[in-house]
Write a new protein. Structure first.
Length: 304
C-alpha cells in the first residue's frame, strides 16, 4: 500500500509513504503487520502538514483492520513526525561489529604501517583464539556448510523454533526463498549449522558482502540459549580466513541476543536508529508490541 501527497495547484507529488505486509507470530497467534517505509517529503514542503497527513494515512490502514499493527526503523528526522502522528518510539536499533583483521584500524590510529602490522599480529591471533574457545564443547557433534537454497529443513527448524519467541516474523522456507533468493538488492549467502549425526538443521545465518564486511541480515536457531553462541562462533570461523575483515548485524529486541554476540567479540557501535510502532488503542497486542524485550527484529524483517 502507498500514499502520495499532491500540491493542489500544480498537481505534482510532493511526498509519499508506503506500507509493506509482513506475517508475524505474537504469542503463537498469526497476525498481519505493516512495515512503514519509503517516507519522504520534498525539501521545499517539509512542514508538518504534508508529513503528518501521510503518517496519519498509514495509521488509518491499521485502524480499519487491514493491519494488526505497524512498525518500522526511522531516522532522527522522521521519528518526531511519526510520534506526533500517533506512533510510539519503542527504542533504538543496535549495530554490533566484530573485527577479524585489525591492521587498517590500528594504522589509522598510529599512522605507521610497520608498527600497525606488528601490533595487529597478536591482536588478530587473540581474536581467532576467542572463537576457538567458544567451540571447545561442540566440535564433534556439529558441522556447518554453505547452502544455495532454503530447503525443507528450514521449515522443520521454523516449526520447532517459532513458539519460543513471543514476537517474531515468519521465517518459513517459502518466505526465506522469496525474501532472499528473489531479492534484487543483494547476493545473499546462507550459512547452515547442522547436527552431524542426524543431518538436521540447528540454525542458520543469512548474510551478504558489503565491502569487506559480512553483513548478517537474519539468524535463527533451534534454541538460542543452547545454540546461538556456537552458531555465531562457527560462522566467524567459516568467514574470518576468507575475503572478510569484519562482520556486523543490526538488531532490535531481547537483550539476550546482544549479550551472546558480545561474548564472541562483537562490540556495539554508536550509530542507532529509532524503532517505532503503532497499535490501535484498546487492543490485546498493545502491551506486547511496545515491549522491546519481546521483539526479535533483524534486517530480514525490514521492507520485506
Amino acid at each position: 500500500m502507498c500514499w502520495a501527497f499532491k500540491n493542489e495547484e500544480s498537481g505534482t507529488v510532493i511526498g509519499s509513504t508506503a506500507i509493506f505486509p509482513r506475517s508475524f507470530r505474537v504469542d503463537g497467534d498469526v497476525v498481519t503487520a505493516g512495515i512503514t517505509g519509503d517516507f519522504g517529503v520534498k525539501k521545499k514542503y517539509r512542514t508538518l502538514g504534508p508529513a503528518i497527513a501521510l503518517q496519519k494515512a498509514t495509521i488509518s490502514s491499521c485502524d480499519d483492520g487491514t493491519f494488526d499493527f505497524l512498525y518500522g526503523v526511522t531516522n532522527h528526522l522522521s521519528a518526531p513526525v511519526q510520534k506526533r502522528a500517533g506512533f510510539t518510539i519503542i527504542g533504538e536499533t543496535v549495530r554490533l561489529t566484530k573485527i577479524f583483521r585489525s591492521f587498517k584500524h590500528i594504522e589509522r590510529k598510529v599512522k605507521n604501517k610497520l608498527l600497525a602490522k606488528c601490533l595487529s599480529i597478536p591482536i588478530d591471533f587473540m581474536i581467532k583464539l576467542r572463537t576457538i574457545f567458544c567451540l571447545r564443547y561442540f566440535s564433534t557433534s556439529l558441522t556447518y556448510e554453505s547452502l544455495d537454497d532454503f530447503d525443507t529443513k528450514f521449515d522443520d527448524l521454523w516449526e520447532k523454533a517459532k513458539d519460543k519467541f513471543p514476537l517474531i516474523g515468519e521465517r518459513s522456507r517459502q518466505f526465506l526463498n522469496w525474501r532472499f533468493r528473489k531479492s534484487p538488492s543483494h547476493d545473499y549467502l546462507i550459512f547452515a549449522l547442522k547436527n552431524r549425526k542426524y543431518n538436521s538443521l540447528i540454525g542458520y545465518i543469512v548474510y551478504y558482502k558489503q565491502g569487506s564486511d559480512a553483513r548478517i541480515v537474519d539468524i535463527l536457531t533451534l534454541n538460542n540459549k543452547k545454540f546461538l553462541k556456537v552458531l555465531i562462533a562457527y560462522f566467524i570461523k567459516y568467514i574470518q580466513n576468507s575475503i572478510y575483515s569484519s562482520s556486523s548485524i543490526v538488531y532490535f529486541g531481547n537483550s539476550y541476543l546482544i549479550a551472546e554476540f558480545k561474548k564472541i567479540g562483537f562490540s556495539e557501535r554508536a550509530d542507532k536508529n529509532k524503532f517505532v510502532a503503532y497499535i490501535p488503542p484498546l487492543t490485546l497486542l498493545q502491551k506486547k508490541i511496545i515491549s522491546k524485550e519481546d521483539w526479535y527484529f533483524l534486517e530480514a524483517d525490514n521492507d520485506a
